[in-house]
Write a protein that binds this ligand. Structure first.
Ligand SMILES: NC(=O)c1ccc[n+]([C@@H]2O[C@H](COP(=O)([O-])OP(=O)(O)OC[C@H]3O[C@@H](n4cnc5c(N)ncnc54)[C@H](O)[C@@H]3O)[C@@H](O)[C@H]2O)c1
Length: 383
């Protein structure tokens, strides 16, 4: 049997534990050897899952000093991704880091440089890239079902309990999470960039906090409780649970944006955290046809342009929030860990998604159309 691969976990909350558990299930040679998390609740939950004797280090630096760790899996708050990833590369480790890459573009560039200098592997937790639903969309686009992409709409609208979770959790503060667009919708922006196959050139955006405000707190009582007696907007139960209406926060709960790519493709994006009809939908139009898809239902439909064409449903590949991506991510990550199989999503994809979000939020904050090209020049992605 080939040698074992040691894993160290930095940030062992819901997602940290979830991904590590699925990775360990792939192959008995993958072993979790230590963790670092400042919250005793996450340490206790990890020991329940991975064994009562799992060592919990006092710092991530102590974990990185361990010789029996090859891969570090980072799922801490977004503001820590940069320092922990860079330190892991400097310690000679391979890194899996959750999305978004980091909360500033300078941090993304530092991570890119550290990764290149290290010669180590890096995998980003862009779960939806591994989803059969989105892989099917990419396959259809590459097969020319819409011809050349001209323009599209996409969205991520979240149900009220999901929205309430975001507005009450650490994600409600930019200093920990970055903006809502970065923290939640960096997946969607990454998918758009992947499908278009070009870099965003110009963006504009408007957003605000219009629902999760103190004067709307009465909606908690108005909607009542769920079947388990939990109040509306607070059924998700994160580690940090501020009142989603009255707690301090500096993120938006709705945002609409437009993007124009270097290759001329144009798109509109819409997110809202209090949706009566939650969607993660894409409607892509090209020179020869269109695709309409919603990962939450798994539906994909296509129609060619022409007098005798019909709307054609494509058999659903997967559905749900992550579109079946978690399991495949774990499988492919395990393969990368064990035999060095190159990851399908690079660090640069994380940088481009984050950079696009930073530019869109700059547009929201300043009310200006933002030229995104300087970002890509700084990253060496555009001459
Ligand atoms: N790929 C996906 O689809 C997906 C889904 C959800 C979350 N995420 C990402 O996973 C990460 C964690 O999110 P979550 O939902 O598990 O949140 P969570 O609140 O459940 O867990 C976060 C954990 O990080 C710990 N932490 C805080 N500061 C830390 C530090 N300095 N070093 C190490 N750990 C620290 C917290 O104590 C907590 O245990 C975030 O980056 C988030 O964006 C990704």
């Amino acid at each position: 049997m080939a040698r074992e691969i040691g894993i160290g976990v930095v940030g062992a909350g819901a997602m940290g534990r979830g991904v590590v558990k699925q990775v360990l299930e792939q192959d008995a040679r993958l072993k979790v050897r230590a963790l670092f998390d400042p919250d005793p609740r996450s340490i206790a939950a990890s020991r329940d899952l991975f064994g009562a004797d799992l060592p919990a280090d006092d710092s991530y630096e102590a974990l990185l000093a361990r010789k029996d760790i090859d891969w570090v899996m980072i799922a801490s708050w977004n503001c820590f991704h940069k320092e922990q990833t860079v330190a892991a590369f400097k310690a000679g480790k391979h890194v899996f880091c959750q999305k978004p890459l980091a909360i500033s573009f300078a941090d993304c560039l530092e991570m890119q440089q550290a990764w290149k200098a290290s010669g180590r592997q890096f995998v980003i937790g862009f779960t939806l890239r591994f989803s059969p639903h989105y892989r099917k969309l990419k396959e259809l686009l590459e097969a020319g079902v819409v011809g050349k992409i001209v323009s599209f709409e996409f969205n991520e609208t979240l149900g009220f309990n999901h929205g309430g979770y975001i507005m009450g959790d650490w994600r409600r503060l930019r200093q920990y999470a970055g903006t809502h667009l970065l923290e939640k919708c960096c997946h969607d922006i990454d998918l758009a960039n992947w499908f278009v196959g070009s870099l965003p050139a110009r963006v504009a955006s408007f957003g605000g906090l219009d629902f999760f405000t103190p004067e709307n707190e009465g909606y908690i009582a108005k909607l009542g409780k769920d079947s388990e007696g939990r109040p509306a907007f607070q059924t998700w139960g994160g580690l940090v649970m501020e009142n989603p209406f009255t707690g301090d926060k500096d993120i938006v709960d709705n945002q609409v944006a437009i993007l124009e790519y270097l290759n001329g493709v144009r798109a509109t994006f819409h997110t809202n955290c209090n949706a009566g009809i939650p969607e993660r939908r894409m409607y892509i139009l090209g020179t020869e046809g269109a695709i309409r898809a919603n990962v939450l239902t798994g539906e994909i439909e296509t129609q060619r342009i022409g007098f005798d064409t019909k709307l054609k449903p494509v058999a659903a590949c997967a559905s749900g929030g992550h579109g079946g991506g978690d399991e495949i991510l774990a499988k492919e990550l395990a393969a990368t860990m064990l035999d060095g199989a190159p990851p399908t999503v690079s660090l640069d994809a994380g940088l481009v998604s984050a950079g696009t979000c930073f530019a869109m939020d700059e547009a929201t904050d300043t009310g200006r159309v933002v030229d995104v090209r300087p970002y890509w020049r700084q990253a060496g992605l555009l001459a």
